[in-house]
Design a protein around this ligand. Structure first.
Ligand SMILES: NC(=O)C1=CN([C@@H]2O[C@H](COP(=O)(O)OP(=O)(O)OC[C@H]3O[C@@H](n4cnc5c(N)ncnc54)[C@H](O)[C@@H]3O)[C@@H](O)[C@H]2O)C=CC1
Ligand SMILES: O=C(O)C(=O)COP(=O)(O)O
Length: 387
């Protein structure tokens, strides 16, 4: 029996995918697993019961990843599951910034009582005219799941697209249209583009990447779109750039007290992934990852531990260990097993930065003393024996 707790409402599709072995609890401290979307977790204390956190979404800046790793809690996300939802809203954002659709709709609402509205429209509409996307230059920073789709969509819209991502994965690179220009430096993209859109994670090094220096390199009248995270943009510098006309519009999916209501800012209430399809995809993937880890110890799409998959244990017993990535951990594990005359049927050991994960299948029962001895090894963070 596994206990779970949802810190945010998660699509029913995910909850329905759980077997009767999964029971919701009303106290997160009693949970084996937490499901979360954007709820802030940095101030949460975690109980020793907690084994895993699944972020039904992409961004994990709301989760204390390092502390979780130290406490032997595996954190998952759902790469790509909401990317199409965000891509479509980015296209909408580019359109909203190019024509005054919002101003036009407001005008119609303000004039709803006007019996001559059809005729007056033809006079009023010139105030809301704009430009087309076709032929304009689009710069995409970050070419992962979302940025790749946005860059390809730009090509389909007839835009000239520049992509910048020095760390792009091979898989993501394969998905890019060959018509996208490969920007070797981000400055090249800043200097050339009419629309610049951010699709990078909110890591320490990316915070404030759009500031007065980068804004100063951009073309006058540029449109900047941020569907990634508010902290990537220095909002005070953005307000100055909007006031001076350096930036025509700043389209953001992240309202903050600083940017909400600023002239020229088009701010959306974090709706990028709020579609039925994205919510279902994320919930389904998050629940699948949690169940595979809790029941079989397999790790797929973790952001703080390495991926490691040994399928199902069959008739064997499985023991899994979360530990530091340092010399002689495996030697100590196998010695304890050998001293108890236990036979290893299968073994996998993977590492990611400072942390590592070992899965061991044994062809006999695993006695409590072996589990205890493994847990007592210095550098072991969590041990689970799976039945
Ligand atoms: N508005 C919304 O509702 C949503 C927002 N997001 C945000 O979008 C971000 C990106 O999501 P995905 O595309 O799914 O992630 P991803 O991990 O597939 O792609 C991120 C890409 O950014 C690249 N990157 C990192 N630092 C960079 C830098 N300084 N310059 C250029 N490229 C850099 C990485 O190499 C990677 O290819 C998430 O971290 C999240 O913060 C994600 C989903 C929904
Ligand atoms: O997946 C992400 O990173 C998002 O920003 C989506 O957040 P949400 O699940 O809509 O709270």
């Amino acid at each position: 029996m596994y206990h779970y707790y949802c810190l945010n409402p998660i699509s029913e599709v995910g909850i329905d995918a759980m077997t009767e072995n999964y029971v919701p609890v009303s106290d997160p401290k009693k949970a084996d697993a937490l499901l979360v979307r954007s709820a802030g977790m940095h101030d949460m204390e975690f109980s020793p019961e907690l084994k895993a956190i699944a972020r039904a979404g992409a961004g994990v800046n709301n989760i204390p990843l390092e502390r979780c790793a130290e406490e032997g809690i595996v954190v998952f996300n759902t790469p790509g599951a909401n990317a199409n939802g965000v891509k479509e809203l980015v296209v909408a954002g580019m359109l909203l910034a190019s024509r005054d659709i919002i101003g036009g709709i407001n005008w119609v609402q303000e004039n709803e009582e006007d019996g001559n509205i059809a005729k007056d429209t033809e006079k009023a509409k010139k105030a809301f005219a704009g430009c087309e996307l076709e032929g304009k230059k689009l710069g995409v920073i970050g070419l992962g799941a979302i940025g790749g789709l946005v860059a390809n969509a730009g090509i389909h819209l007839g835009m000239e697209v520049f992509g910048y991502d020095p760390y792009v994965s091979v898989d993501a690179a394969w998905r890019l249209s060959r018509n996208i220009h490969h920007a070797k430096t981000v400055d090249e993209l800043y200097k050339n583009c009419d629309y610049i859109t951010l699709h990078v994670p909110a890591t320490e090094s990316n915070r404030g990447m759009i500031d007065k220096n980068s804004l100063g390199l951009m073309k006058k009248g540029v449109v900047v779109l941020n569907f990634a995270r508010d902290v990537l943009v220095n909002e005070e510098d953005m307000i100055d750039a909007l006031e001076s006309g350096q930036v025509k519009h700043y389209v953001s999916d992240f309202p903050t007290p600083v940017i909400a209501g600023v002239k020229g800012a088009i701010v959306i209430p974090h709706l990028g992934a709020s579609t039925a399809e994205s919510e279902d995809n994320c919930a389904r993937m998050a629940v699948r990852e949690l169940m595979d880890y809790l029941e079989y110890g397999n790790i797929k799409n973790s952001v703080n531990y390495p991926d490691c998959d040994m399928g199902m244990p069959g008739d064997n017993k499985r023991i899994v260990l979360l530990h530091y990535n340092k010399p002689n951990m495996l030697g100590q594990f196998t010695k304890i097993l050998a001293d108890d005359n236990m036979n290893i049927a299968d073994l996998s050991n993977k590492s990611k930065g400072a942390y590592a994960y070992t899965m061991i299948d044994i062809d006999s029962d695993i006695p409590a003393n072996v589990e205890r001895d493994l847990r007592n090894i210095k550098g072991v963070l969590k041990v689970r024996v799976l039945n």
